[in-house]
Design a protein around this ligand. Structure first.
Ligand code: TXA
Ligand code: MG
Length: 319
């Protein structure tokens, strides 16, 4: 791919109009959501989807999340009672539902990597919502980082990772949640948590009045979300978990009473820790010290998602 000029525009009506023009021309555009910045393209266009995979260097067997306006979701996927209950409780918001694909919806086959299911999400962020409305089509959007890197929570992160490879970044400042959406598969086998995220297991179970199983936690290497390669959120440096203090060559990311060089939340607030997690990893990567250590994070609520991302960041890189 030849280098191109990457424009960064502050979010607003003109920026959305320009983004929608590029989307309709088959180009990918980086857009904030409430979780992380996404790299959006027309989900009905095979050529546009190919641009996402090329810009990210993403393996083609890893399917994409399709972002939709609230009323459009059932055009692309089949929802049973549990699926409707989850969509009703958490959309618009940081929840992705993997449901049986409706072929007649017209999504490009590369979006689902040929699977019989589709991952759908109705996002809450006004930038992504207005882009969906103005572009008038479903938008496939993975996180807007080069494949294998840390998800971007600011326009600056996108520029550092994909600058020169995409035409436009809409800048609406840091994202509110800071961690990717919760992914749940719903079908006749029930609801299964594929990726923990901002919507917690307890919230999912309350909305469905049923058990939500956690195949992602099995730890036996089986993956239902094909993209859940163990090392998927890697900083460039080695990372040590559950550190009570730092070795001399380590940059310590603290939490609560473990002070550290940086601290995810001095008061021990897990939502605050999630919102700042990737930013802290980006900062740690930029330090002179060659290693990163992270304080223990309790695995409660969104702490489950924080620990999931940290385990992946600490895993040796695959390929
Ligand atoms: O918060 C988010 O979810 C962000 C924002 C931009 O929406 N997006 C995001 O996308 O994190 P991405 O591509 O980085 O992660 C999507 C995950 C991948 O692990 C992929 O394998 C999984 O969703 N996925 C997509 N379609 C699937 C399907 N049909 N079945 C199982 N997993 C699927
Ligand atoms: Mg990603």
């Amino acid at each position: 791919m030849s280098a191109q000029n990457t424009l960064v525009l502050p979010y607003g009506g003109d920026a959305v109009a320009e983004a929608a023009r590029l989307i309709r021309a088959g180009e990918p555009v980086a857009v904030p959501t409430e979780t992380v910045y996404g790299l959006a393209a027309d989900a009905t266009s095979p050529a546009a989807i190919a641009q996402i995979y090329a810009a990210k260097g993403r393996p083609p067997f890893n399917p994409l999340i399709v972002h939709v306006a609230l009323d459009d979701a059932e055009r692309y996927g089949r929802f049973d009672t549990a699926g409707r209950a989850l969509a009703g409780a958490f959309w618009p918001g940081p929840l992705t539902l993997v449901v049986p694909l409706r072929e007649a919806g017209g999504l490009a086959a590369a979006v689902t990597a040929g699977l019989a299911t589709v991952a759908l999400r109705c996002p809450a962020h006004p930038a992504m919502q207005s882009l969906l409305a103005v572009a008038g089509r479903p938008l496939a959007a993975p996180s807007a980082n080069a494949s294998g890197g840390i998800s971007p929570t600011r326009a600056e992160h996108v520029l550092a990772s994909l600058g020169g490879r995409i035409p436009l970044i809409l800048d609406a400042g840091p994202t509110a949640r800071g961690i990717e959406s919760t992914i749940v598969a719903v079908d006749e086998r029930g609801a299964r948590l594929l990726r923990p995220g901002p919507i917690t297991l307890a919230e999912l179970e309350a909305a469905t009045s049923a058990n939500v199983s956690q195949p992602f936690a099995a730890g036996d290497g089986r993956i239902e979300a094909p993209g859940q390669l163990r090392s998927h959120y890697a900083p460039a440096k080695p990372l040590r978990l559950d550190a009570g203090s730092a070795d001399p060559d380590e940059w310590l990311i603290g939490f609560g009473p473990v002070t550290g060089d940086d601290n995810l939340s001095p008061s021990g607030n897990l939502d605050e820790a999630a919102a700042g997690l990737f930013e802290a990893l980006h900062r740690a990567d930029a330090q002179a010290r060659p290693r990163i250590a992270v304080a223990p994070i309790p695995p409660d609520g969104i702490g489950l998602a924080i620990n999931d991302r940290l385990r992946r960041a600490a895993a040796p890189r695959e390929g």
